[in-house]
Every structure is written in C-alpha cells, then in structure tokens.
Design a protein around this ligand. Structure first.
Ligand SMILES: [Zn+2]
Ligand SMILES: [Zn+2]
Length: 372
C-alpha cells in the first residue's frame, strides 16, 4: 500500500482576514481545495467559517422521504435489493456506482434518527452458468461518518474473496463474473450511546491522562447556549462559559474528515474545558463530547508511519483503515457463505411484500422487501 502524504488544514491571518485552507496531496502535489476554503474577518468567531454545511455526508429529508422511512419502519422492512437495470451488465461500473454512491446514499437515509446501523451485505454473482451468493456477517456502523469507509472496505474485500473463489474453484478470472444485484439487510438501532467516528474513536481508545479542569462546566447551560447561538451570524454566547468548542467537517472533494475550532475562548488548551459538537446525519445537534486531550485529538498520524497487521502482515498507511481491517478480523469475518442457488441462471426468489424506492429520492433502482 502506498504511503500517501497527509493533507494540511490551516488558518492564515493577514490584513484583518482569516482564511481557512485545506491542502490535500493529489498525485504527490499539494493542491488548494476550493471547496473547503473559507474567509472571514480576523475578529469574527471561528464558527463563521462553517456557516454553510454542504459536504455530501449530511442529508435533508423532505416530508415524503420521512413518510417513506415511516413506511419502512411500519412494515418492518429490513431487506433492500439494488438491481442494475441496464441491458449491458458492466459489472465494474455497477460495483463502482453501488459502492461509491448507491449504498452510502441508502445507508445515510436509513441512518436518519437511528443511532447506529447493523448491515449485512450480500452479492449475487453469475459465473459459468452458476449463481453464487456471498454474504458478510452483520457489520455495525456506529457513526454516519463511518458509512463511506465501511462500504469501501466491504466492497474491496468482497471482490477479493469472489475473485479468489472463482479462480480457485471454477478456474475463471473475476472478469467472467457478472454482478447485477446486491442485497442489504439493515437493522436500524436506536438508543445506543453516542459514538465518535471511527477515525477519532481509535485515538481515544488509548488511555490518556486527562487534563485537570479546575471548574466543572454547566453542561445543560452549554448545550442550551450552543443551540441558541448556532447558525446565527450575530448570536450571543455567554461569557460565563469559558470553553473551547470544536466541530467536524468533511471535505466534499476528498471526503476527508477533520475537526476544526468552532469557538475558542482561551488559548490555554490545558486548562480550558474542550468539547466536540456532535451532530446526526441530518446535521441536528446530538450532544457534546468532552475532549480530554485536545492536542492528541487534533493531531493526525505522522506521514511516514506504516502500520502492519501482526496476524496477516498487511500494511496500512492510515490508522482508520487498519482499525477497519482489525474490525473484520483481517477480512476473515467478511464472507460467510457462497451458495449455489440454481444452475439455469434464473432467480427463484419470490417476494410478496415488495415495493420499489422512488427514483426521485434514490438515483438507483432499489427494492424494499418486508417480511412475508
Ligand atoms: Zn477540501
Ligand atoms: Zn490482518
């Protein structure tokens, strides 16, 4: 795995203007990301940098979409099938569309008002007149910001598994396979404890010595003050709250997740209580997460550090991908079955309680299937 260099996230102040810049490395070159760049006057609070929140990770549901979700709940629908409707079944394009767009879009929709998702991914494979079905074990997605990475990891491992299976047992390459159908079994879970996205969860897993905070923070007051302040250009935040606040942003271009200052009351980070503003998939406030060690929390991994899995010797340049890899037990946990369905290439599955998801909300053809 190649070592990709770390993006830079910086604030620059000159002539009374403060500019936030995101500089990712693309093909070994540091470029200026126009999507993330924001300029405010130097005396404005940091929150003004983040007044617009377009990032592709958050959704706004219309009334019809909320009603659709209610129907899914009411009819206890948990199975979703995506079909490639095009006559030319180009498997590679289908998998790219599904992995990059269709599946994350559906999961974000189902994440609305849920606290986490339990997802089983199934792939239908046609190869040499056989029909095979591959399925993962149920995978818990604890935060909506983990959706893209998890789907990407599952798709990569799944294609590897299918391709090594067809090569070793049927003696054909992956190119001989046609995949035009995917199945997702999704259980929406509620009431679980609010989690951080995996990228930040792995950092706080390590026990760190908490900084001693002299004065405890009035959390209900902090929450109420934040709700009154947020989204207003001239909002007031009580002086009695000597706290520093951070929020998450996702680059719409590179999909990188990063934490940035939202309100900085003191430069003395060791003695100032610090919180991260947590939101849900719709961008609604979901609570404050106390950051015990802000330097550690904000620090990205060093550029040149490569992590090696002790079990399988795979290399990773990102702690996030390494954590996902360990989470699925080096990929061993991914594939639990490959079933020969029938040999004439036709589907024999019949669903009674089935409806299609409206095309105006979903760019792709999805069928929702409830219990019969
Ligand atoms: Zn960016
Ligand atoms: Zn491993």
């Amino acid at each position: 795995m190649s070592r990709h260099r770390q993006s830079r996230f910086i604030f620059e102040t000159s002539e009374n203007v403060r500019t936030f810049r995101h500089q990712p490395f693309i093909s070994e070159l540091s470029v200026e990301c126009q999507s993330c760049q924001s300029r405010v006057r130097a005396n404005e609070p940091y929150s003004h940098h983040w007044m617009s929140s377009e990032d592709g990770q958050h959704i706004k549901l219309s009334l019809e979409e909320k009603l659709l979700l209610k129907r899914i709940e009411r009819e206890r629908v948990d199975t979703f099938i995506m079909c490639d409707e095009s006559a030319v079944g180009r498997t590679r394009d289908f998998l790219l569309d599904a992995g990059m767009e269709a599946v994350p879009q559906l999961l974000r929709f189902l994440n609305y008002e849920a606290s986490q998702l339990e997802v089983t991914f199934g792939f239908y494979v046609n190869v040499t007149k056989k029909r095979l079905y591959y399925e993962t074990f149920p995978i818990i997605i604890k935060h909506f910001l983990d959706i893209d990475e998890t789907v990407d990891m599952v798709f990569t491992r799944m294609v590897e598994k299918i391709s090594s299976y067809v090569l070793s047992t049927l003696r054909v390459p992956m190119e001989a396979c046609t995949i035009k159908r995917l199945k997702l079994i999704v259980h929406r879970q509620f009431n679980s404890h609010l989690q951080l996205p995996l990228q930040y969860r792995v950092k706080s897993d390590v026990r760190v010595k908490a900084t001693k905070i002299a004065k405890p923070v009035d959390l209900p007051l902090l929450t109420e003050s934040y709700i009154n302040y947020h989204g207003k250009r001239f909002g007031h935040f009580p002086d009695s709250l000597q706290v520093n606040l951070y929020c998450f942003r996702v680059c719409p271009r590179t999909k990188e997740l990063y934490a940035v200052p939202y309100l900085i009351r003191s430069e003395d980070v060791n003695n100032t209580p610090t919180f991260l503003i947590q939101t849900d998939v719709a961008g609604e406030f979901r609570g404050m997460h106390e950051i015990r060690n802000v330097r550690r929390f904000l620090r990205s991994d060093p550029n040149d550090r490569v992590l090696v899995c002790r079990q399988c010797k795979a290399h990773f340049s990102s702690r996030l991908h390494f954590a996902l890899h360990k989470y699925v037990d080096c990929g061993r946990g991914i594939v639990v079955m490959s079933l020969d369905m029938d040999t004439d290439g036709e589907s024999t599955e019949v669903y009674e309680n089935c409806f299609s998801l409206p095309k105006q909300f979903f760019k792709f053809a999805w069928f929702a299937i409830g219990p019969n």
